[in-house]
Design a protein around this ligand. Sequence first.
Ligand SMILES: [Zn+2]
Length: 182
Amino acid sequence: MKKGPDPQRLDVRSFARAAASLSETLPLSAFPRLAAEAVNPDGDTAVRWTVQGELRTDANGAEQVWLHLTAETSLPLTCQRCMSRMEQPVAVDRWFRFARDEAAAAALDEEVDEDVLAMDAPLDLLALVEDELLMALPVVPRHETCPVDVKLSAVDEGFDAASDAKPHPFAALASLRLDKPH
Ligand SMILES: [Zn+2]
């Protein structure tokens, strides 16, 4: 039975022209680089992702190929303050614009704020989902409020002062950067 487009070999232009969408829920094990970041993940950890193709027309009537990607999961990580296990929700919500090849993508990337990818080869959507989720992970995962008393030797005042001065955004907030200029 035909299942529609292969997410690991996606013809992005046809996908956008058809305004097609794809959605999957996969076990974390389908994303080995992401799974490697998790601490003893149980088999129930899932990654949900959806991609929607969109064709736009610029002022000159030329077609533009776009993809909207959303993905979410929740990874068991080690809190870097109390060193106990924590569940870190991770979410991605991004638009990508496509250029005909790497050179065109590099040129366009200089002009525009959005993320530009080349479409001269089939797109591996799963690799893209994995890349984006990895980038959305917090640099220093920490509980908002640690479940145990951490006023012990594990945290010195210098660490606290440094981390208060430059807080790391939570992964969930990363999605709010969507479409904003970098
Ligand atoms: Zn903690």
